[in-house]
Design a protein around this ligand. Structure first.
Ligand SMILES: Cc1ncc(COP(=O)(O)O)c(C=O)c1O
Length: 443
């Protein structure tokens, strides 16, 4: 055996030559220019602009796999989009803790588990809302219990106490369709019975109750930031919390990889910190979009509120119509203006007449098929309900949901647009109803 051959076989650990020194292969970013173009194509960027973009970007070797779109192991040189989004949310809403998550449903599931919902426990929800809130309670193993609504279409605080049992751990009011639940009595009753309050703000981000942003009044605030909501371009959600321990538990459910902990794999630091969670992490791509979307929220809310208020203030009070009760006039976003004609006959006359005037509006009516906003029609949930869940015993929700008409207010309406819509509504009201100073006021 020659010395050279002998040396080659000496283990590197014993002073021999290394077997694999420098990589010959040329690395490329896992996510790079081509993915950027895929996004640009999705948004219809014109070919000449694509060409200019392409020539402005170089495809150089950035070593290893480069940055990714995951919060898990982001190697972006700048702070992650996720942390920028959360910092922006803390500032905008005035909340000590904020976490971006992959959906509103994930946010609610995390909140439910964090406050102790689980098998043998109960969570109270409004009879009108979206099924995701009750589904999140059921996912935790708890029983959803529905509480009827009042003319605000929000949870009726007068009926809340009778829904509370020894098993109740939380009440989860939904701030419905751009308006707010009556939080003062809800908080008072919840504190009296030592149950937690989870606000579902998916439909009303930016709304305020007595000057405070929804999501910061209860113990936890849950938001959806999906393309179908006031802000959001894809799928996403957010949780706000006021208490560090509660926020730890939210993180644990959302992030069972333990990345949220400084000492990731360490044993439990206090009782209740660790339990089996899942993965509701928000992707870096969604976070990047949501940082920008969050910055638009105040403007969207202001424009919508101004249009809503301008229309409402002009409407004539009539005997045959009850406008929706608004729990906070200044805090409502107001993208839907709802009211209840006294009968289905009247509703059926008004709707086509409004539509003929060009007023954008709609109404479910009793014959339009089921819908998962009304508790008695949330079919996937039925097996999770118990005798006292009251899904079929919320007569106010049943009645109002089917009788209401909603006018869809547009943030981009000019003053002239608002005046034209108000004029159209008044024209129809004058033809079918009786004006009366004693009727319930619109504003
Ligand atoms: C009141 C309410 N809560 C929760 C959700 C669920 O949000 P996501 O679709 O982001 O899971 C929605 C979505 O429609 C909603 O309207």
């Amino acid at each position: 055996m020659t010395t050279a051959t002998a040396n080659k076989s000496v283990l590197a650990i014993d002073g021999g030559p290394k077997a694999f020194t420098t990589k010959q292969g040329h690395s490329q970013n896992k996510i790079g220019v081509e993915e950027l173009f895929a996004i640009a194509e999705r948004f219809g960027v014109k070919p000449d602009a694509m060409q200019r973009l392409r020539s402005a970007l170089t495809d150089k070797d950035l070593q290893g796999e480069g940055p990714t779109l995951a919060k898990y192991a982001s190697t972006f040189p700048q702070p992650s989009s996720g942390s920028r989004f959360e910092a922006a949310a803390r500032e905008l809403f005035g909340s000590p803790y904020a976490l971006g998550v992959s959906s509103g449903t994930g946010a609610l599931h995390a909140a439910m588990v964090a406050v102790g919902a689980g098998p043998g426990k109960e969570v109270i929800l409004p009879a009108l809302g979206f099924m995701a809130t009750a589904a999140a309670a059921a996912l935790s193993g708890a029983t959803p219990v529905f509480c009827d609504v009042d003319e605000s279409l929000q949870l009726d605080p007068k009926k809340l106490e009778s829904c509370i049992t020894a098993q109740t751990v939380a009440v989860a009011p939904t701030h419905h369709w751009g308006n707010v639940a009556d939080m003062d009595p809800i908080m008072r009753i919840a504190r009296k019975h030592k149950i937690k309050v989870i606000e579902d703000c998916a439909q009303s981000p930016g709304a305020k109750y007595k000057g405070r942003c929804v999501g910061t009044i209860g113990d936890v605030g849950c938001f959806s930031i999906s393309a179908y909501k006031i802000i959001g371009g894809g799928e996403g959600g957010m949780v706000l919390a006021r208490d560090e321990r509660l926020f730890d538990r939210i993180n644990q459910l959302v992030e069972c990889g333990g990345l949220w902990r400084k000492d990731r794999f360490a044993p439990e630091r206090y009782e209740g910190e660790l339990f089996v969670g899942t993965n509701y992490r928000l992707s870096e791509l969604e976070s990047a979009v949501n940082v920008v979307q969050l910055g638009k929220l105040t403007g969207i809310v202001q424009r919508t509120h101004d249009a809503y208020q301008r229309v409402l203030r002009q409407l004539t009070p009539v005997q045959e119509i009850h406008p929706q009760t608004i729990n906070d006039r200044d805090g409502a976003v107001g993208y839907q203006l709802r009211f209840f004609p006294e009968s289905h006959e009247l509703r059926k006359k008004l709707l086509p007449a409004f539509q003929a005037e060009g007023v954008p509006c709609g109404s479910r009516g009793p014959t339009n098929g089921p819908d998962w906003h009304l508790c008695s029609q949330m079919f996937p949930l039925q097996r999770s309900l118990k005798a006292h869940s009251r899904a079929d015993q919320c007569p106010v929700a049943e009645d109002l949901y089917h009788r209401e008409i909603a006018i869809y207010v547009d943030q981009w309406w000019t003053e002239a647009d608002c005046d034209a819509v108000a004029n159209g509504v008044n024209k129809v009201l004058a033809a079918f109803c009786t004006a009366s100073p004693n009727a319930k006021k619109w504003w």
